[in-house]
Design a protein around this ligand. Structure first.
Ligand code: 13P
Ligand code: SF4
Length: 313
């Protein structure tokens, strides 16, 4: 990036551009705090998909990762959808290539296919219905009882949902690099040090960690839990970006980010963190990079997304 941003009030410039262009900024809870603060709406995957679908804005800047912005375009083709950085992908989505998934489906031809929203449009197009971490249990419960279920791409979410619903799921073996990084050993040590703290976790974490958690839920569900719980202290096992909203909405609570395996910042999603305030400004100013896809693919991916929204209304 060659432009000099020193001394500029990007918050004010972004605000001006939003008004001038009839644009909205939708941001995920894993975004940097300044991006969350400049956004019109911050939410989890399901809330963001709903917002995108209902938006009347001419321009949607999606501050999240690629599959989320792609989902916004699928649901709202009349808006121009842009991202701060097109390279913001997702390891979980990447763990499920469309050709390999097609072969997996061919081996299980009678299965009803449920895909987690963290996947590409090409995977969505091969699915019967989509789910997010906040409605996965409801969607699996809603699936036809007389059909076996194929669940992709997250094996940890799949295993957790199977346990909650009692349904047997054939799982694609994908995972998220961030949620598989937490060290159980270090979390146990933290629990010994803070016996009054509750462990709360995102269902993308490994089953052994989830078995220790007092509460499991999507980013929004974790935020709601911390805000409404009478408890004062929480060990939070998900990407650390959510702590910003937790601190704002539950200022009296003590939040301890779950530690990763190594002394690294690997509890930060490297894809989400590719987005910066400077890139948000440039994307709004230049109206690019834009999410584009063939209409045929969009329509195929739209049907299972719409089914999800109907089933979880
Ligand atoms: P949520 O749907 O809980 O916001 O999760 C999205 C995600 O990418 C988790 O890693
Ligand atoms: Fe993908 Fe994991 Fe990042 Fe979520 S945290 S966007 S699942 S890589």
């Amino acid at each position: 990036m060659s432009e000099d941003f020193v001394g500029r009030d990007l918050f004010a410039e972004i605000d001006r551009l939003k008004k001038q262009k009839n644009a909205v900024i939708l941001a995920h809870y894993y975004q940097n705090p300044d991006i969350q603060d400049v956004a019109d709406f911050v939410g989890d995957s399901l809330e963001l998909a709903r917002r995108a679908q209902q938006s009347q804005a001419k321009l949607i800047l999606f501050a999240g990762v690629h599959f989320m912005a792609e989902g916004a375009k699928i649901l709202n083709p009349h808006s121009k959808v842009i991202m701060p950085d097109l390279r913001a992908g997702c390891s979980l989505s990447d763990s499920c290539p469309p050709d390999a998934f097609a072969r997996f489906r061919e081996k299980n031809p009678d299965h009803f296919v449920i895909s987690y929203i963290n996947c590409s449009a090409a995977i969505k197009a091969q699915s019967d219905v989509i789910c997010t971490s906040s409605n996965a249990v409801k969607i699996v419960e809603h699936a036809p009882k007389d059909r076996p279920i194929l669940f992709a791409p997250d094996r940890n979410l799949g295993q957790w949902v199977a346990g909650k619903t009692g349904r047997e799921l054939t799982l694609w073996q994908g995972a998220c690099i961030v949620h598989e990084t937490f060290s159980e050993r270090k979390i146990i040590a933290l629990q010994v040090q803070h016996p009054d703290a509750e462990l709360i976790a995102h269902p993308e974490c490994e089953p052994s960690l989830l078995a220790r958690a007092q509460f499991i839920g999507s980013t929004s569900a974790l935020l709601k839990y911390v805000t409404e719980s009478p408890k004062k202290k929480f060990i939070v096992a998900t990407e650390e970006g959510i702590l910003h909203a937790m601190k704002k909405q539950a200022p009296g609570k003590e939040l301890i980010p779950a530690p990763p395996n190594q002394n690294c910042a690997c509890n930060e999603c490297p894809f989400m963190k590719l987005n910066t305030l400077e890139k948000v400004y440039l994307a709004l100013r230049d109206e690019k990079p834009e999410i584009e896809m063939p209409e045929e693919l969009r329509l195929k991916a739209l049907a299972p997304l719409q089914r999800m929204l109907e089933w979880s209304a």
